[in-house]
Design a protein around this ligand. Structure first.
Ligand SMILES: CC(C)(O)[C@@H](O)C(=O)O
Ligand SMILES: [Mg+2]
Length: 554
């Protein structure tokens, strides 16, 4: 139902009374009513300025003759939730965001929607809601934080997580750590590297759901306010054209999003979120498809945490549309409609790369594959994911003894306590969607390893997930997870684990007969879960290999 239904007939008089109670006059009620799903709050640095973006969007909507009505959704700052039980709620927040936006925008039927997310789970949660509502919709995010400067070098949040390891092993002083802490996050916006939030904001552009510039224009640039006004105006044009999210988010659009992801070297979390968004569009997207694209598309950008560039550099180099221009030239971009009412290929053709080091050509690519790789093997029958472009060259093939931990905290204690030796393969299990529950991000162990220089010698595998700020031989989303009987639950201290990223494999080098013996007595660990929300989530969440979506028929 659209708001039109509330505007006509005597039966709708009570509804119109309530719209008038909102302060609307008849002149407004007769115009298109545009829902503004904003996620402004004072607890997420990426969202603390969204009130300004929301105001600009409303101005744009009014300029184009619409009437904006705002409602909000929750948001989690993964950085603040990191390495404690708060992180268990981060991935589950995606479903609440999707559900709550669906509920608000169905209870009050709108003609069209503007979604205003910024951080990790809010972007996919709102895209999921957009697919469910399937009324003309556009996305305008809050934009990235500027990079900080420390000792003459640009830094971001990932550096501070790594400096903790440096401080612990005596290579960084307390004063320097404090100076870096003050410098790393200088403005509002989603943290400044190619971490999860910025990956998802860039992919929203690639999917065709946002205007060019959405992924990269910094949060504090006036250009972001102008983009928000333009988005507010554009939604009225989408309404007129009756172009809906499911017309835009087709299989080809998801191909484009994966291709851009591979070129950018984005966060491993995209392999959860894109399948979950696709699922809402009735499209199946598998990990295997990610890997197929990874074999076609080369990583042409190397931003933090893999490299020294930040999103502000990508913006100055031409942004996501310039990356798509390179993809187009190499036949790695598909024709797909966009909210710009121009096909994606046309947008890409009109763009230019302005800095050939930030956005390289295929000939001069940073990595001769896409940024992400999907691994399979006895340890990951349903797949596992690694940010291959951020693995030290010496670690792409590695065998070593398993060092087994039943949760993230114990692994961090062991790393900081000097118990991890060069060559070890750290195994962190019972951190999957069901086992966690909530599939926490393991930034503290990966960053501590990197900060101590151990990322050049040690691998880390988990049924949990990583931050976009994680780097190193960090293999996550191991599926099936330990809690559902996955082989990762059967690994014993000292077992040999073999990782071969170029050949896409991860295996436990234990004889089949020994594995059968262990299986016969295996009882997955059952954790006490205090939160009633997480208990419910645990019952209905699916595998990471399926995007950790909630089972449809529960
Ligand atoms: C806190 C971070 C860096 O934003 C993280 O949540 C990520 O996944 O990238
Ligand atoms: Mg995150």
């Amino acid at each position: 139902m659209r708001s039109d239904e509330l505007k006509k007939g005597s039966q709708r008089a009570p509804h119109r009374s309530l719209l008038k109670a909102l302060g609307l006059i008849d002149e407004e009620i007769k115009r298109p009513i545009i829902g503004i799903a904003g996620s402004y709050n004072e607890i997420v640095p990426g969202h603390m300025h969204l009130d300004k973006i929301i105001d600009a969007v409303k101005t744009g909507v009014r300029l184009a003759g619409g009437v904006p009505l705002e409602f909000s959704t929750i948001a989690v700052c993964d950085g603040l939730a990191m390495n404690h039980n708060g992180m268990s709620f981060s991935l589950p927040s995606r479903e609440i965001i999707a559900d709550s936006a669906e509920i608000s925008a169905t209870a009050m039927p709108f003609d069209a929607m503007v979604f205003i997310p910024n951080c990790d789970k809010v972007v996919p949660g709102m895209l999921m809601a957009a697919a469910r509502l399937n009324i003309p919709s556009i996305f305008i995010s809050g934009g990235p934080m500027l990079a900080g400067v420390f000792k003459g070098k640009k830094i971001g949040l990932s550096n501070v997580f790594e400096y903790v390891g440096g401080y612990e092993n005596g290579t960084m002083t307390c004063d320097d750590l404090a100076e870096a802490e003050n410098a790393a996050c200088p403005t509002c916006g989603s943290c400044s590297g190619m971490y999860t939030a910025n990956t998802m904001n860039c992919l929203t552009e690639a999917l065709g759901m946002a205007l060019s510039g959405n992924g990269t224009i910094p949060a504090v640039f006036s250009e972001r306010i102008r983009l928000a006004k333009t988005a507010g105006m554009q939604v009225l044009k989408l309404l007129e054209a009756d172009l809906k999210p499911k017309d835009i988010m087709t299989k080809d659009a998801f191909y484009n999003a994966i291709a851009v992801d591979m070129a950018l070297g984005g966060s491993t979390n995209s392999s959860l979120h894109l399948p979950a968004i696709a699922n809402e569009c009735g499209i199946e997207l598998t990990l295997k498809e990610f890997d197929d694209v990874s074999k076609e598309v080369l990583q042409i950008c190397k931003l933090s945490p893999s490299g020294e560039h930040f999103i502000e550099d990508l913006q100055m180099a031409g942004g996501v549309s310039a990356v798509m221009n390179v993809l187009h030239e190499n036949n790695c971009l598909k024709e797909a409609p966009t909210v710009m009412l121009k096909p994606q290929l046309e947008v890409a053709k009109m763009s230019r790369v302005l800095d050939n080091d930030v956005i390289r050509s295929f000939e001069n690519a940073y990595y001769k594959n896409g940024g992400l790789a999907t691994l399979y093997g006895n340890l990951a029958a349903d797949g596992a994911i690694v940010k291959a472009g951020a693995v030290d060259k010496t670690m792409t093939k590695h065998s070593g003894p398993a060092r087994v931990f039943e949760n993230e905290e114990d692994s961090v204690k062991a790393i900081l306590g000097g118990q991890i030796k060069k060559g070890d393969v750290i195994v962190i299990r019972y951190e999957g969607p069901k086992g966690g529950p909530g599939m926490r991000e393991m930034l503290a162990p990966t960053a501590t390893l990197a900060g101590m220089g151990l990322d050049k010698y040690c691998a880390l595998i988990t049924d949990g997930r990583f931050s976009g700020a994680s780097r190193g031989a960090a293999i996550g989303h191991i599926s099936p997870e330990a809690a559902t009987g996955g082989l990762i639950g059967l690994v014993k201290e000292g077992d040999l684990i073999e990782i071969d990223i170029p050949n896409r494999s991860i295996s436990l080098k234990v004889s089949d007969s020994e594995i059968e013996k262990r299986k016969a007595t295996f009882k997955p660990l059952v954790k006490q879960v205090e939160s009633s929300y997480l208990r419910r989530y645990q019952q209905v969440v699916s595998s990471a290999s399926k995007g950790a979506v909630l089972l449809k028929n529960y």
